[in-house]
Design a protein around this ligand. Structure first.
Ligand SMILES: *Cc1c(COP(=O)(O)O)cnc(C)c1O
Length: 293
């Protein structure tokens, strides 16, 4: 399987020009930032292992991508979750359904304390140092694109929403441009802690949110942003990270416009990190909760 250069689209969203790095289109089965993060494992010889073990939520994009990786590499896949939400048990969909089809062995319970030599343990969300190899490739693609477009180093602003922060942190490490992000899973303090764990000094800039959000909860503004994006750009974005990401990034661009005179020289690049397979489950939940939308 080859993970090749993803294209960059140019769109207008609410009368503002944005470039979009289409990592969601990297590969049919292995895409988005999990493809970048697990690239190292995809390219490595994993013959000394018989199994990958990981844990997290039952709808995780990382879980699905690991199930694809295990299938490709002929490895068993044990995935630990704390509990299985009722709506998934009754009606399997999205990442959960696909991961089971790929042979994932779902275990409801605690993650073991130790592992055998032939078991490869990957922490939740793929927040591992090996992620930097694939993210460096992403950075190189962006550098090449910016060069072709003749974009000035300090005039390119790159945004991507963070979960564990692994992708935004390594991207900033490999890029001369400013990388902006926002926390989606925990608060900003959690995100900074995650950055520190990976022992890199230069952090991306964390943009503040004007409201506190809880990961995985349903917010009508998220659903509306998702629909608005789809309608205006014709691109489907993820509901867990991207809706919030766009709300924050649009706010940032708006406030920059008020502060800066040569705003027309600036270019804004949003990284589409995939994850749309999870939308099926989310949209069902949204439709059930907000019957009037
Ligand atoms: C995993 C994921 C993220 C978060 O990536 P981190 O490297 O954990 O910050 C963002 N968007 C999508 C679609 C993802 O699947």
């Amino acid at each position: 399987m080859e993970i090749v250069n993803s294209r960059v689209d140019e769109v207008f969203f609410n009368n503002q020009k944005f470039f979009i790095k289409r990592d969601d289109l990297l590969h049919r089965d292995f895409s988005g930032n999990k493809a970048r993060k697990f690239y190292y494992f995809l390219k490595s010889d994993l013959n000394s292992f018989s199994k990958i073990i990981s844990y997290g939520s039952a709808q995780s994009n990382a879980m699905y991508s690991l199930s694809v990786l295990c299938k490709l590499k002929n490895l068993k896949f044990d995935y630990y979750i704390k509990h299985l939400p009722n709506y998934l048990e009754e009606n399997p969909s999205g990442n959960y359904k696909k991961a089971l089809e790929n042979g994932m062995n779902l275990i409801i319970g605690e993650v073991p304390e130790g592992f055998n030599e032939d078991e490869l343990f990957i922490v939740e969300g793929g927040a591992v140092k090996e992620a930097k190899y694939g993210i460096e490739l992403l950075a190189n693609e962006i550098k090449l694109w910016a060069k072709e477009k003749n974009i000035n180093e300090d005039k390119l602003k790159i945004f991507l929403p963070s979960g564990t922060g692994t992708t935004s942190l390594y991207l900033q490490q490999f890029l001369p441009f400013e990388v902006l992000t926002c926390s989606c899973v925990g608060d900003d303090e959690y995100l900074k802690k995650q950055f520190l764990e990976l022992e890199i000094e230069k952090f991306p800039k964390i943009l503040e949110k004007n409201k506190k959000y809880h990961f995985g909860k349903l917010y009508s503004e998220f659903y509306l942003k998702h629909l608005e994006l789809k309608e205006q750009t014709n691109i489907e974005f993820d509901l867990l990270y991207d809706s919030l990401g766009w709300i924050v990034f649009e706010d940032y661009v708006r406030s920059l416009k008020e502060k800066i005179e040569d705003i027309d020289d600036y270019r804004f690049l949003y990284i589409h990190q995939g994850g749309v397979l999870g939308n099926a489950t989310m949209i069902e939940r949204y439709k059930r909760k907000f019957t009037n939308i």
